[in-house]
Design a protein around this ligand. Structure first.
Ligand code: IMP
Length: 431
């Protein structure tokens, strides 16, 4: 028995929600360790659909759910999401939900700054295409050592100095951007108004998780976004502002790396991304449109259409290494049903030379050209397959080719949004 870290192995939106829900039934504790409410996870439990952005998926199943210190917490969004879940009949109490006292807050000024920068960048053609939720600015304040953290709300007497420090920075930026400054009182009122909603949940999460681990609990670390959006290893600067690779599960929860166990990379059978940035296998033709339509590729959170393309084995092979992936959960294979032929990117050409990796340089990432192999498609439907024998031979060939190219085995194969439509090869909790 081991703990499991779930991460997205591409640019996010790989279908983590269903797999995390499937695993959370087998887990005792579910932990978010990075990102914020920029994530969008849809869970369908007993026919009811739950849309989560900040809260760990385990909450829907009544499992102990933890928001780790690596997460940035928007208290306004937190209140709204808790209310929404409660309205759907989910119990949200400190018995089942804890927030790390050392998690930084996302405040209105962060959301403002994110949006102002994106608007300004749209005019100059340099926008990132963020979710405009204030994620980046909140992480900047964290590493800039001026963030106000969740636990600070419990020490109101310390807030004035922290507010001054934060506003010195933000008001300078706002003056530069020609927008009104934020007053001390406005920020103080904002903090006072959210404190009572958040404080009941705060905890020493590192200690709680250590106790749980010692008591033999199965811990599921629920990643958000995907490894190619990692601030170090992704398509920088078109990335999110946290580390999304599996190693962050340790730093972002306070449980050391030896506790992490099995790393499951959620991997879509083709590739999508939202927002700006390089995408070597992007398709601008009718096949791209087909993937978008059949795969219903629209962002859960922002409603933005996702860009679509063939499976890029170069990217996932790199993620297998940067996240130490043990096995993958392959999702949305059925979206490829009915296509005459399928392509997989196995390498790139960069300035006439073949390479087998994604270069770190932004300019080089924009120049790489995919090298494809072509496989025969299949006509039969794979929707709802629950064993290998239900799959057409060409679909099995496709899966085997993916495994070989990325250097990791398929542990789970998901064949529809329904939780039971899954082919289980290896139970990640059993390693
Ligand atoms: P941010 O995380 O809002 O700062 O956005 C930075 C980049 O990450 C943008 O390209 C977003 O579209 C992308 N992003 C953030 N969260 C998600 C997600 O949950 N799925 C897919 N892309 C995401």
């Amino acid at each position: 028995m081991t703990n499991v870290v779930v991460i997205g192995s591409q640019w996010g939106d790989e279908g983590k929600g269903k797999i995390v829900d499937w695993l959370s039934e087998r887990a005792d504790v579910i932990v978010r360790f990075q990102g914020g409410h920029n994530a969008g996870h849809t869970l369908v439990v007993d026919g009811v659909s739950y849309k989560l952005a900040l809260l760990p998926s385990g909450l829907v199943r009544g499992k102990l759910s933890v928001i780790g210190n690596g997460v940035v917490v928007d208290p306004h969004h937190f209140v709204a999401e808790v209310e929404k879940l409660r309205a759907q009949g989910v119990a949200v109490t400190p018995d089942v939900l804890r927030i790390a006292e050392n998690a930084p807050l996302i405040l209105s000024l962060h959301r403002d700054l994110d949006a102002m920068r994106e608007d300004a960048a749209s005019n100059s053609g340099t926008k990132i295409g963020t979710t405009r939720r204030g994620i980046g600015p909140a992480y900047e304040d964290k590493v800039g050592r001026r963030a106000i953290r969740v636990g600070d709300l419990a020490e109101p007497e310390t807030l004035p100095a922290k507010i001054d420090r934060l506003l010195t920075h933000h008001n300078a930026l706002r003056r530069g951007m020609g927008v009104d400054e934020i007053s001390f009182d406005a920020l103080h009122d904002e903090l006072s108004s959210v404190a009572e909603h958040v404080l009941p949940y705060i905890d020493q999460v590192w200690r709680l998780l250590d106790e749980q681990r010692k008591a033999g609990a199965r811990i599921l670390f629920e990643g958000a976004q995907g490894a190619l959006l990692d601030n170090d290893h992704g398509t920088y600067p078109f990335v999110t502002s946290s580390n999304t690779v599996a190693g962050q599960a340790a730093a972002g929860s306070g449980l050391g790396p030896t506790a992490l166990g099995y790393v499951l990379g959620i991997t879509k059978a083709y590739t999508t991304r939202v927002g700006e940035g390089p995408f070597p296998c992007e398709l601008h033709d009718e096949i791209g449109q087909h993937l978008s339509t059949v795969g219903r590729e629209v962002g859960v959170n922002t409603g933005r259409p996702r860009r679509c393309g063939w499976f890029d084995a170069v990217l996932v092979r790199q993620t297998v290494k940067t996240s130490g992936i043990t096995g993958i959960a392959l999702t949305k294979l059925d979206v490829l049903d009915g296509l005459d032929e399928l392509k997989i990117c196995v390498g790139y050409t960069l300035d006439g030379k073949e390479i087998d990796y994604l270069p770190a340089s932004q300019a080089a990432q924009a120049r790489v050209e995919p090298i494809y192999i072509t496989l025969e498609g299949w006509k039969e439907s794979t929707v709802g397959a629950r064993k290998w024998a239900d799959l057409p031979a060409q679909a099995i060939k496709y899966v085997r080719q993916v495994e070989e190219l990325i250097g990791a085995p398929v542990a789970l194969l998901s064949t529809s949004p329904e939780r039971e439509d899954t082919i289980l090869v290896t139970d990640p909790f059993e390693g």
